[in-house]
Design a protein around this ligand. Sequence first.
Ligand code: FAD
Length: 493
Amino acid sequence: MNSTEEFDVVVVGGGPGGSTLAALVAKQGHSVLLLEKEFFPRYQIGESLLPSTIHGVCKLTGADEEIAKAGFPVKKGGTFRWGANPEPWKFEFAVSPRMAGPTSTAFQVERSKFDKILLDNARKVGAEVREGCAVSDIREEGERVTGVRYTDDKGEKREVAARFVVDASGNKSRLNTKLGGHREYSDFFRNLALFGYFEGGKRLPEPSRNNILCVAFDSGWFWYIPLSDTLTSVGAVVRRDMAEKVQGDPEKALQALIDECPMISDYLSPARRVTEGQYGEIRVRKDYSYHHTSYWRPGMMLVGDAACFVDPVFSSGVHLATYSALLAARSINSVLAGTVEEEAAMTEFETRYRREYGVFYEFLMSFYDMHQVEGSYFWEAKKLTRNSSSDIESFVDLVGGVSSGEAALADGEAVAKRLNAQNQEFAEAVEAISDGDNDNWAPLLGSSVVREAMTESSKVQMHASLGEDAEEETPLFEGGLIPSPDGMSWVHA
Ligand code: FAD
């Protein structure tokens, strides 16, 4: 056993959550060690991004310039064959006046390339990054987590001490069990995803060529994400109980689902499936929708998929990972600088993170609720009004009093009513754009769930662009903290 090294922060996992956290803390001059099990580049799913990750968080870490140089397809929004209207409709990020302009875009990324850029950036701004190092356990002293144990790239067992350990090891995290609490799975989003890659698929007409395309059909829905002029990521989200059939012969199962969905069949008609390299495999993911019941304990925090993930439908995964990393970095930077007590800083992190997760959870429930197909097992189960109250109850448990500014979220029936009214309003907004002028997005902003889902993202973006000139924020709760003018820590309001 080597002698114990010491760092201010040890980060477990070098995905978008871990690299972002490491960069934002190292940039403040603190010592950071990031331990990543794999050697990058490595494969990961989650290719369609939101603008605030690129123009907000990645601007703060300094990774934005390398990302811009990488040549990823520029994503202006999403195109959906979803809801009452049989015609596809689209949503552009420029719909929000606060986001209009050159920052109203995101990218569709090959995650092996994107994640490597973020990891290299963390290294560049001062974090020590060790690849091929798998963390197996934490070190504890009483209540406090004081470091980790890991096996290095030569197979040697090592220990490292730290004032904070951040678990960013993704959905397969084992360390999160050391936090206390447990992982709670969502009934509503309990689906299964089956995905592969195709060369030569069709593209949407300009200006939507690089949009994500989401197509609902009887058995679920498809994503169709252009990763280059010729490469497309294609995935089906279906009922969880199809697992056995899917695992028996994933290739046949994916093809049968494609055949069931006319628009995706048409788009893939000139294409061939990639059968080699990182994209050669058809992959299956299930049980990906969950949240951990707490996000921190003294000396330890969870960010990204280690803490929670909702559903692939609106590209929120990398946003939640990088946003939670920003919140966690602000808390750690404030405590290490001695300006905020640990309890207050961690409460701020957890409350804001839980709120953002709740906002997306609610938005995505509305998204599913909007598409109805009589007699479809998949879509009937997503109809909120017909659902048992257990979904509402789990939603209430999940967000506590922090979602959508709702102070008293204890009454399941009242919440169900509010959600149903919102869903109706959202469905009407979508109908208004798909019925008429497809370039007038204004009705979407009239829908409260859409506004909510965009609010925090646009604040992060404004902060990164304007720095000290950004509007001062108000605390989220009484006695809460606000971001410092440079966005890197918390200050008392
Ligand atoms: P990860 O990206 O999983 O990174 C975790 C890292 O930790 C990995 O590199 C891993 O090797 C490392 N690690 C694991 N264990 C250890 C250990 N013991 N020691 C050291 N290192 C370790 N999100 C989007 O934004 N857009 C999408 O279009 C999208 N589509 C999705 C589709 C599906 C079907 C699913 C399931 C998810 C999708 N997501 C999407 C979500 C997205 O994949 C994740 O939210 C995102 O990758 C989370 O980032 P992360 O940094 O938390 O974790």
